[in-house]
Design a protein around this ligand. Structure first.
Ligand SMILES: *[C@@H]1O[C@H](CO)[C@@H](O)[C@H](O)[C@H]1NC(C)=O
Ligand SMILES: *[C@@H]1O[C@H](CO)[C@@H](O)[C@H](O)[C@H]1NC(C)=O
Ligand SMILES: *[C@@H]1O[C@H](CO)[C@@H](O)[C@H](O)[C@H]1NC(C)=O
Length: 332
């Protein structure tokens, strides 16, 4: 019986099982969002991502990339980076012109939005795999398989005709193939190496408990906050003794501005049953020692504060008194 519950919890709590899931990022991708408001107005947005971590944004006014980390260029030289920026600039401008040219032919109705994602990831068996997918209006439209454009079933005949058109542009296909299958893997391996001090860092979470809005009369929503941890995989659950509480609900793992993560894990319980519950946090930075926070009543929190404040008081006041006494002896 235990196994299904465990599986269920792992599904609920993204990040899965602590150390086993820890690897750091293993893929790089660029995202393109092209918005076409009307036949004369369009805009591109671009960004580059190492897993969840944004490394570049695209400044369409200057046609240059903005590098968001000191190591965002990986092991590429300035010349290589400038060359790539030129390729992307020509591509993005050309993309808008081509789409506007063919919008009528392919019955695209303004306004519409095209999204693209392309990149490469480390393969578990060694080497890398490259990918490219496009969407129209938020729906899958086409993808790249075995170096060929494959229309998505959702894209209908329009996607088939656009793939046929793409196949005619041999020059563009060659450049895209080189970027995806050569440049991307080189960049990925290089940037993982150059950025490893930051990518492989371990930052311990802080955790605290609170109550959320009451789920109903006589019930409590216990909230376990886990904040400021890195890397992202984390395992958090409410427990009673050794028993994981099956009502545990995990929020989304949310980013902090400094690149660390935050997670909120809640449990809805009858008010009388809160005592004896604890929140358990497992994270690679904790060196195999789970963090356990016990749900206490106010008295025990008061006692804990006392237990901290009294020794602090003694520590701070005794030397001060001793110092003052010494001074007064000296001044006699
Ligand atoms: C096209 O869309 C842009 C941005 O929404 C708007 O400012 C402009 O007036 C529109 N032009 C026409 C001809 O509709
Ligand atoms: C990939 O494409 C090549 C030629 O374009 C073909 O010979 C090969 O069978 C294809 N592989 C798969 C798995 O479809
Ligand atoms: C960057 O690193 C990758 C992987 O280690 C390597 O294949 C590539 O040649 C390097 N590029 C440069 C310019 O040093």
């Amino acid at each position: 019986m235990l196994l299904p519950w465990l599986l269920w919890l792992v599904v609920l709590c993204p990040g899965g099982g602590g150390e086993a899931a820890f690897q750091g990022p293993t893929s790089y991708h660029v995202i393109q969002i092209s918005s076409f408001a009307n036949s004369s107005w369009a805009q591109n947005q671009g960004s580059g991502w190492l897993g969840d971590l944004q490394l570049q944004s695209w400044d369409s006014d200057t046609g240059r990339a903005v590098f968001l980390k000191p190591w965002s260029k990986g092991n590429f030289s300035e010349e290589e980076v400038t060359g790539l920026e030129e390729v992307f600039q020509v591509y993005l401008n050309g993309f808008i012109l081509e789409v506007q040219d063919h919008a009528h032919e392919f019955q695209m109705e303004y306004p519409f939005e095209i999204q693209g994602i392309a990149g490469c990831s480390l393969h578990s068996g060694g080497g890398t795999v490259s990918f490219l997918r496009g969407a129209l209006g938020g729906v899958d439209f086409l993808s790249l398989k075995n170096h060929s454009c494959v229309p998505a079933p959702e894209g209908g005949s329009r996607a088939q005709r656009i793939c046929a058109l793409i196949h005619q542009y041999a020059g563009i296909r060659d450049i895209a193939g080189k970027l995806l299958f050569e440049t991307c893997p080189q960049y990925l391996l290089g940037v993982l190496d150059v950025g490893k001090a930051e990518l492989q860092r371990q930052v311990k979470p802080e955790a605290w408990l609170s109550t959320g809005p009451s789920p109903g009369p006589g019930r409590l929503l216990l909230v376990c906050h886990v904040s400021g941890f890195y890397p992202k995989p984390v395992w958090v659950t409410w427990m009673r003794g050794d028993q994981e509480q099956r009502g545990t609900r995990c929020g989304d793992v949310l980013p902090h501005a400094d690149g660390t993560w935050y997670l909120r894990v809640t449990l809805d319980v009858a008010a009388g049953e809160a005592a004896g519950l604890s929140c358990r946090v497992r994270h690679s930075s904790l060196g195999g020692r789970d963090m356990v926070l016990h749900w206490g009543n106010p008295v025990s929190i008061g006692l804990i504060s006392l237990a901290i404040i009294v020794p602090l008081f003694v520590l701070l006041t005794v030397p001060t008194l001793w110092f003052l006494r010494r001074r007064s002896y000296q001044s006699i």
